[in-house]
Write a new protein. Structure first.
Length: 85
């Protein structure tokens, strides 16, 4: 049990040291920040693709795009005062 706590403590200290070095390194050295950001962006893209792989592509037949010109917006006034259906 004592050996387990010793190894756990060493692991925690190593983890904290690495976190501090990476944290300080990203502020001082832009190369490290760019490297980590690139990894994060690729990782995020992969996670998002994994979430939508099983989703069927939806039809856009029911999508309606409404364009309101500036003169009409000024005539109607504040958006919160518009009539709502």
């Amino acid at each position: 049990m004592n050996d387990l706590l010793k190894r756990l403590g060493i692991g925690v200290l190593i983890g904290l040291a690495v976190a501090i070095v990476v944290g300080l390194g990203t502020q001082k050295i832009s190369f490290i920040k760019e490297l980590l950001d690139g990894y994060e962006f690729r990782s995020y893209d992969s996670r998002m693709r994994a979430n939508v792989d099983n989703v069927e592509e939806a039809s856009i037949d029911s999508v309606v795009i409404i364009d309101i010109e500036q003169n009409s917006i000024e005539g109607l006034g504040n958006y919160n005062d518009w009539p709502h259906a």
